[in-house]
Every structure is written in structure tokens, then in C-alpha cells.
Ligand binder design. Structure first.
Ligand code: FE2
Length: 367
């Protein structure tokens, strides 16, 4: 006898098979278009804040992660800080005046006080930006500028915000090696925000993954769009039926930054019925929910972060026997982003465990 639960599971696995097939096709199309190998790993992430939240946002990241401020610059309508830690993509935290291409996508039930605040752009390195842009324009990709923006050290371009994630994907070609993110005409200044000298911050290192929340009905399109723009492949999805949530992972290789998409299994109907993932989107729009940082000595580090005032959505989940431990902070009042701290033990060859994903997702209902 077939129960309704069986048929829901059948439909989920059928959806998954369709996604896997479409993802393979997207990779073939990417190869045929001549894009293979043109895009490298994650270079940096651009986070926009309101002008009066910029310094508090930067200070908070210095205080609660391993990142240090390596550059500061401004021009007529924007101010930026670059935060870096060896072996990691950098964070470029900025505020800007004037028109905002992300304004529409930022609007949601709870975001009125922070209309310009968002993790806007994931920037990937490329070895040939001209060739990349020419190919993608032929494939119909829309960029925010007609041509790459050129400085003495790099060329940069970014896509228009995605209709599925609200995020932009950027591309940077460094002339030589990485020098400065300051665009042509910007004034570079010595960073005026000091990182606290806490020893436990040395335990927190590279950006491991970031998770974007997308609507159930846009999950496949969001993943395929990302694959078509980068050199990533779809790796796997964890379905958590109790939370109406799927966590999907795209990767380039095992060591690299992973791009995570979290969506409902079924589309939003009501806050009560739809689970924390779809509710988050109603409240905050489609956007990056958290940035995860690799963390050594995670128990002690989290204890110290708590002493320094950081608040968390739940206690550490997982164990050494499970292969990993993770925890979510409360969302930042300055960026709206949650920090995840993650530690994978020695031989753990998975990326997530189902049980951790379920508990972490459940905790986000508090947001
Ligand atoms: Fe995560």
C-alpha cells in the first residue's frame, strides 16, 4: 500500500533526479560555450551596510572572527574596509550613497530599517575577464556595467542581482598578483578600527561556506544559474522534512569555499505551516543567511566568544564522533548575517551531517 508519505518521498527523489540531470546539462553547456577553467575560486565577498552601521559592522567582524582589517578606502559615494585572513576569501564591507541596484530585492517584512544592508556579491577570480564577459553576454547574462571596471591592478564586473537569490556574482582578474581593492580614483587611508587582541580569534580562520535562502520553487533555477556562472558543480542536497527545508551544496573542489542554498521543500503558505526557511524569506527576503568560518578548538572558542558578548541561536551541535561541530550566532544588527562556526574532525569526509542540519535549521525559527 502506498501512503501519502511514500508519495511525498517519491516526489522529492524525483525532483532530486531532475536537478542532478539538469545540473549535468548545465555543466555540458558551460564546457561547450568555452567557459571551463575560466573561473577560479572565491576571491572576495562584498557586504553592504547602512552608512551609520559600517564601522560597527566592521568592528563586530574584527571582534568575533579571525579577520583583520587590511585596507580602507573611500571615494565620492562609498566607503570600504577590506577584511582578510590568510587562506580565505576577503570580505569587502562597504556603504554607499546614491542608487542601489539591490534595493528591490532587499525589501521584506522586517528589513525596512536596513534597506541597503545585504551580502550582495560573491566575487570569483578569472584568468580572462574579457573572454568570460564576451561568452556570457552571448548566453544572455546581464551585467551591472556594460564593460569591466578597470583599475591599475584589476578588472572587475558583476552580474545584475539574481531573480532567484537576490545576490550578484562578481568576477575579478588581477593584473599581477592581488594588490589593492581600491578602485581607480579612490583615496586609500590607514584603517582606523583596531582589532581586539584576543587569543581565541586566532582559532577562527577561513570562510568555509555561505548559505543563501531561496524560495522552494526557485531552488533548481538558483542552483543552475550559479553553476552556469562559475566552475562549481552540484554536490548534494539534505532534505529535512520536519523543517520543510532542503540544504543544497555546490562545490568546486573539496578544499574550496562551498556555496550552499537553503530552500523550502514546498512553497510558503503561512508562518506556522511553512517552517523556518520559508518564513525567513518572508521576513528578510532571499539573501545570505549565514557565513561559516572554520574554527579550531571550537568549544573553548565559543566559550570565549560568549564571554565577549556574542549571543547564539542554539548550543553547539554535533560531536567528535559525528565528525563535526557547528553553531549559529544571533544575526548581526549591522549586517543581518548570522556567523556560523564550524569544526570538522580528522577523518570526517562528509561536508554536513543530517542531524546537525536539522538542529541548526530548527534554531533559525527564532529569527
Ligand atoms: Fe552552514
Amino acid at each position: 500500500m502506498t501512503t501519502s508519505q511514500d508519495s511525498a518521498l517519491d516526489s522529492a527523489s524525483e525532483q532530486e533526479n531532475i536537478l542532478i540531470w539538469k545540473a549535468d546539462t548545465a555543466l555540458e553547456e558551460r564546457r561547450d560555450a568555452g567557459l571551463e577553467g575560466l573561473v577560479g575560486g572565491l576571491d572576495s565577498v562584498i557586504i553592504a551596510t547602512e552608512t551609520d552601521h559600517l564601522v560597527p559592522a566592521v568592528y563586530e567582524l574584527l571582534r568575533y572572527t579571525g579577520l583583520a582589517c587590511t585596507e580602507a578606502f573611500f571615494d565620492n559615494d562609498s566607503q570600504s574596509y577590506v577584511l582578510s585572513v590568510p587562506g580565505s576569501a576577503s570580505l569587502i564591507v562597504r556603504s554607499r550613497e546614491g542608487s542601489n541596484p539591490f534595493a528591490g530585492t532587499n525589501k521584506a517584512r522586517l528589513t525596512q530599517p536596513l534597506p541597503n544592508t545585504r551580502l550582495e556579491t560573491f566575487v570569483f577570480s578569472t584568468t580572462d575577464i574579457k573572454e568570460y564577459v564576451a561568452i556570457q553576454k552571448r548566453r544572455g547574462i546581464q551585467f551591472l556595467t556594460p564593460e569591466p571596471i578597470v583599475s591599475d591592478y584589476f578588472s572587475f564586473i558583476q552580474t545584475a542581482p539574481s531573480p532567484y537569490t537576490g545576490n550578484s556574482i562578481g568576477f575579478i582578474e588581477w593584473q599581477d598578483e592581488m594588490q589593492t581593492y581600491a578602485p581607480a580614483g579612490a583615496t586609500t587611508v590607514s584603517p582606523d578600527i583596531t582589532k581586539p587582541a584576543y587569543r581565541h580569534l586566532k582559532n577562527i580562520s577561513k570562510l568555509d561556506h555561505a548559505a543563501t535562502r531561496v524560495k522552494a520553487q526557485d531552488r533548481t533555477a538558483a542552483i543552475l544559474e550559479f553553476l552556469s556562472l562559475t566552475n562549481y558543480h552540484y554536490d548534494f542536497g539534505v532534505h529535512v522534512k520536519s523543517q520543510n527545508s532542503i540544504t543544497s551544496v555546490a562545490r568546486r573542489n573539496k578544499e574550496d569555499f562551498a556555496m550552499v542554498f537553503t530552500s523550502g521543500i514546498t512553497p510558503y503558505t503561512s508562518d506556522e505551516a511553512s517552517g523556518p526557511t520559508e518564513k525567513f524569506i518572508r521576513n528578510y527576503g532571499t539573501r545570505v543567511h549565514h557565513m561559516a568560518f572554520q574554527t579550531e578548538w571550537i568549544e573553548e572558542t565559543v566559550t570565549q566568544l560568549k564571554k565577549e558578548g556574542m549571543e547564539f541561536l542554539l548550543e553547539l551541535v554535533g560531536s567528535e564522533a559525528d565528525g563535526l561541530k557547528q553553531i549559529f550566532s544571533d544575526p548581526s544588527k549591522h549586517t543581518l548575517i548570522v556567523n556560523e562556526y564550524i569544526h570538522r574532525y580528522g577523518n570526517f569526509d562528509g561536508f554536513f551531517t543530517r542531524n546537525n542540519v536539522e538542529m541548526l535549521t530548527e534554531a533559525t525559527a527564532k529569527q
